[in-house]
Design a protein around this ligand. Structure first.
Ligand code: ADP
Length: 464
């Protein structure tokens, strides 16, 4: 059944291809039949026994001549038509040959591009048989293309990295393989490509040698881990050292206080007071270091207790009043009446932040005054505390920097005012832990405004 169909198909193709030839043959046969008929007719009419009629003969001869002429005209038309067709076919054939040549060249170019790629390229059938490899793959495998094609070669796996599937269906994964040039990290992209509906899909794999990048990443991660460990060790040391220094320092402060209560000569009193004030300065420095190391180690625990806002603001103003008076500065506090009387939060840490900001405000102001203002913030339950001063101000380029640890706006200024550059870094971290933020507005010579905005929900119950 299949064979007979094929024969019929071939016959049909043969007939179609030789159609013109058949037409010529047919026309030639008609012409020859006409010519033969005319010849027979003349021959017969010239014989003695025919009863020759010149009239009928002339009509018959003209008719046959006309028939021959028509046959010849048809034949010549056919011939011209065929020649045109042949010419067209020759042109078409030429175009096809050109196109074929271009396609072959493009394929050659694509193949050589693939083969010269730095990335490894391999195509496999569903059973893993290699049907294409490029030069890079051959080099990495240390084998010739002839040996690889048709084989199921794959590299020895030393380590398998993470694997991910992209939405396009491409599988992406990293592998550490044992290659002919030593262990290499290869980032593979694998996709199944189906070229023909009847054939199984072919696996296309492209691998990029990422050894240098992976090793650099690993070295960096290792260095980062070491730095983190060193940082943690430093914070632990700082916490321990500050704690250890605090104990004898408390003794010095206590003893100098007791000493000052005894009968001393004016000279001795001056020396004892100097001991106490140096001790106090050292104590505040140690406390800052302890806070900083606690925050660094993530050990800053915040409380959520009800406290009175009025009491907090009054306490801060009272604590700072002697220093402000000492510098002949005005100190003012304002509490917006829309604020709740009791709020929930960590009063001690908030006091520490506001005391640091207001302490700085007094420290960096020589004329004018300092104001502490509490108002509702822009978010519900948020309270904004502003610390304003008329001091030296902060240059725009230093405004971000001073919130980093051990940073001061201007070293020469810092020398004359003292300080460690830790207060703002600690305050910023505490406020962030509270879920708030610190903003700064300042101009050199025109004073500064630090704004602390923290969520402080109204307290449901009063807790003293
Ligand atoms: P310290 O005051 O111990 O140096 P801070 O972290 O509290 O550390 O402050 C960092 C720096 O920010 C200060 O040294 C100062 O240069 C600048 N600064 C902070 N507050 C003010 C202010 N109110 N006016 C001017 N400069 C300020």
């Amino acid at each position: 059944m299949g064979a007979s169909f094929r024969i019929r198909l071939r016959l049909r193709r043969f007939t179609r291809r030789h159609h013109t030839l058949f037409t010529i043959l047919r026309s030639a046969m008609i012409f020859m039949a006409g010519f033969g008929g005319a010849y027979g007719f003349i021959k017969a009419s010239l014989s003695e026994t025919s009863g020759y009629n010149p009239h009928a003969f002339a009509i018959g001869a003209s008719f046959l001549f006309a028939l021959a002429c028509v046959g010849l005209a048809t034949l010549s038309m056919r011939l011209r038509f065929m020649r045109k067709k042949m010419h067209k076919l020759a042109l078409h054939n030429e175009v096809l040959a050109d196109r074929n040549w271009e396609l072959q060249e493009a394929e050659q170019r694509a193949r050589s591009l693939f083969e010269q790629q730095g990335d490894l390229i391999v195509m496999r059938e569903s059973d893993g048989t290699i049907i294409f490899v490029n030069d890079a793959y051959c080099r990495m495998a240390g084998l010739d293309r002839e040996n690889l094609l048709g084989s199921q070669f794959s590299f020895d796996l030393l380590e398998q990295g993470d694997s991910a599937l992209e939405p396009s269906g491409t599988r992406v994964h990293d592998q550490r393989i044992d290659s002919a040039i030593g262990p290499r990290w290869i980032a593979w992209r694998e996709a199944l490509v189906r070229s023909d509906a009847g054939h199984p899909a072919v696996q296309h794999c492209v691998g990029r040698d990422v050894t240098d990048r992976t090793e650099t990443e690993r070295a960096l991660a290792e260095a980062r881990d070491q730095a983190n460990a060193a940082n943690r060790a430093k914070s632990r040391f700082l916490a321990m050292a500050s704690h250890e220094i605090r104990t004898p320092l408390n003794g010095i402060l206590g003893m100098s206080g007791l000493l000052l209560e005894t009968q001393l000569t004016p000279e001795q009193t001056t020396y004892a007071k100097a001991v106490r004030s140096s001790g106090e300065a050292l104590m505040s420095l140690i406390n800052e270091l302890l806070d900083y190391s606690k925050i660094e180690a993530g050990k800053l625990a915040l409380e959520a207790q009800p406290f009175a806002l009025t009491a907090l603001i009054e306490e801060i103003t009272e604590l700072l009043a002697p220093r402000a008076q000492g510098k002949q500065l005005e100190i003012a506090a304002y509490l917006d009446e829309r604020l709740p009387t009791w709020v929930t939060g960590d009063a001690a840490r908030l006091r520490q932040v506001l005391l640091n900001l207001a302490g700085n405000a007094i420290k960096f102001t020589s004329k004018g005054g300092v104001a502490l203002i509490a108002e509702p913030g822009i978010w519900p339950n948020e309270i904004s505390f502003q610390v304003r001063d008329t001091g030296i101000g902060i240059a725009a380029d230093a405004q971000e920097r001073i919130f980093r640890e051990f940073e001061q706006a201007d070293d020469s200024v810092a020398r004359s005012f003292g300080g460690t550059g830790l207060g703002l870094a600690i305050s910023d971290r505490i406020v962030k832990r509270m879920g708030g933020r610190i903003a700064l507005q300042s101009q050199p010579g025109a004073g500064s405004t630090f704004e602390v905005s923290v969520p402080l929900p109204p307290a449901l119950e009063r807790g003293e």
